[in-house]
Design a protein around this ligand. Structure first.
Ligand code: ADP
Ligand code: MG
Length: 489
């Protein structure tokens, strides 16, 4: 009896999801070309509706990334107009063969993957992890860490070995196998951008948890550490903050060069480092230069950083670039002809992120234009990628990056809330929209929940004032500006 009721409920949920999605498709249809509709929307399968939250399934990670990158705003608008304010969309990825994950993109659009998943397990997974909540975790310092901020997609299994990363990978694996138990403490990985530092660091954390060698693992960027620390000072919770970071088994801090010039944060981090080190807990750090070349960092920190192992990652050599292209195209179930692999590997040499970007554009172009993957097409894509780099920055992109940075849901920028952290993010986003786009004050206001142009002026002025009087705030805004420029290249 019971089981009949349960299954009839799930049938209802599915039917409701289907009817909501049908209405969304009708709206989307009028806004995209029929080819895009066919390629990117028809394969989406509605799974479940719960209140204003709809879960849909997409065929692959690549598909999800593409849709998220290109149709995020459209989908968000559509879902909101069909389900009303506060609508949320969850993605389930059908074809990944990894464990269920906790990877979440900034609300309200969120994703998770599941292994050849039963629908039930997918739905459970989606419900378990609604919000990415490092702040919440940090407030409950005495609880097990609910969110390590680890991205399960980054593992040793899918990290490709090559001469350029051989030492860093071997050291990372040793540390992942035995955190705190090797002489590699701290492990510092350094190298240029897009070479795999972040990937390796997440792999260490994921691996240590998977084999039961660490329970409390935290991955944090130095920027986030700084923001949380400042926040803790302002709200008189420095003790909680320190306690949280000093009670982990494995602390992973990415991009420590951003600690530069932030003396108080460095001081707190120095004590955190010592506390963990003394009790044999593992510390893993990354930086864009070797520790001794870090500018604006306290000498005593630098000398601590040098007390373990420092391993570099170099730009990938040709063989590694080829291996990466092969693996990534396989992962996306795309067959790349040998000459195309050779062509891309020969022409995109600087880093792995660019290599991936190029491959994804190529796959997308081929499926959008229905063209075979040839060297010709690859050449067009490379040219296009170069041209795209000049495409103007828009307000949506700015909002996305700002919200990621401050870790708040994007829809709050457009909402009425006056909570301090939201007001701050909103003002910074308005300021950067004014600086980085040609949009009028009126247009900017409209993008922030229909606010008046005088509100925009006021926000820009108050950010400018703060930047003039607070150099560390100015540094943060500058960092954010660079990040937006990089993200939208
Ligand atoms: P960094 O932190 O050094 O800037 P990331 O770790 O973010 O670089 O790497 C950029 C992208 O390249 C990521 O998508 C990552 O998965 C991929 N990547 C980097 N190195 C490798 C590798 N050796 N094998 C597979 N993917 C890699
Ligand atoms: Mg990184």
């Amino acid at each position: 009896m019971n089981s009949v009721q349960i299954s009839s409920t799930s049938v209802n949920l599915e039917a409701e999801a289907a009817s909501v999605w049908q209405r969304c498709m009708e709206l989307i249809q009028s806004r995209v070309t029929s080819l895009s509709l066919k390629t990117w929307f028809q394969p989406i399968v509605p799974l479940k509706l719960s209140g204003r939250e709809i879960t849909v399934q997409v065929p692959s990670q690549f598909f999800y990334d593409w849709v998220d990158q290109h149709y995020n705003a459209l989908i968000r608008e559509t879902i909101t107009s069909v389900l009303g304010d506060g609508a949320k969309l969850y993605y389930s990825i059908a074809s990944e063969d990894t464990e269920p994950v906790v990877d979440v993109v900034p609300a309200p659009l969120q994703s998770f993957q599941a292994s050849a998943p039963s629908r039930e397990s997918q739905l459970q997974a989606s419900q378990q992890q609604l919000f990415f909540a490092p702040r919440a975790a940090f407030r409950q310092a005495d609880q097990p860490i609910a969110q390590s901020n680890l991205n399960p997609r980054y593992t040793f299994d899918n990290f490709i070995k090559g001469d350029s990363n051989q030492l860093a990978r071997a050291a990372a694996l040793a540390v992942g196998n035995n955190p705190g138990g090797t002489t590699f403490n701290p492990l510092v990985i350094y190298g240029g951008t897009g070479l795999g530092k972040t990937h390796l660091m997440h792999s260490i954390g994921n691996h240590a948890i998977a084999i039961g060698k660490a329970k409390r693992v935290v991955y944090v960027s130095s920027e986030k550490f700084t923001i949380e620390f400042v926040d803790a000072i302002q709200s008189d919770r420095v003790n909680d903050f320190s306690y949280f970071y000093r009670s982990v088994d494995l602390l992973i801090v990415d991009d420590i060069q951003f600690f530069s010039g932030k003396e108080k944060t460095q001081d707190n981090f120095f004590h955190t480092f010592n506390t963990l080190y003394q009790v044999g807990k593992q510390i893993v750090l990354s930086s864009d230069v070797p520790p001794k070349e870090l500018k604006g960092l306290d000498e005593r920190l630098i000398s601590r950083f040098q007390s373990g192992l420092t391993a570099d990652i170099q730009p990938p050599d040709l063989e590694t670039r080829i291996a990466i292209l092969r693996k990534k195209s396989e992962d996306n179930s795309f067959e790349l002809p040998q000459d195309v692999v050779d062509f891309i590997a020969a022409n995109v040499t600087s880093n792995i992120r660019e290599l991936e970007g190029c491959l994804i554009s190529l796959i997308a172009r081929s499926s959008l234009d229905n063209r075979e993957i040839t060297v010709e097409l690859a050449r067009d894509v490379l040219r296009m990628v170069v041209n795209e780099s000049k495409s103007p920055i828009n307000i949506d992109q700015i909002q996305r990056v700002v919200c990621e940075y401050f870790d708040i849901p994007e829809d709050l920028l457009r909402a009425k809330t006056r909570k301090q952290e939201v007001v701050n993010a909103r003002q910074v986003a308005m300021f950067l929209s004014k600086e980085l786009t040609n949009s009028s004050l009126k247009t900017i206001g409209l993008h922030f929940g229909g606010r008046d142009h005088s509100t925009v002026i006021h926000s820009c002025q108050s950010i400018q004032d703060r930047m003039n009087s607070d150099s560390s705030f100015k540094q943060n805004v500058d960092q954010l500006r660079r990040r937006i420029e990089l993200n939208t290249r």
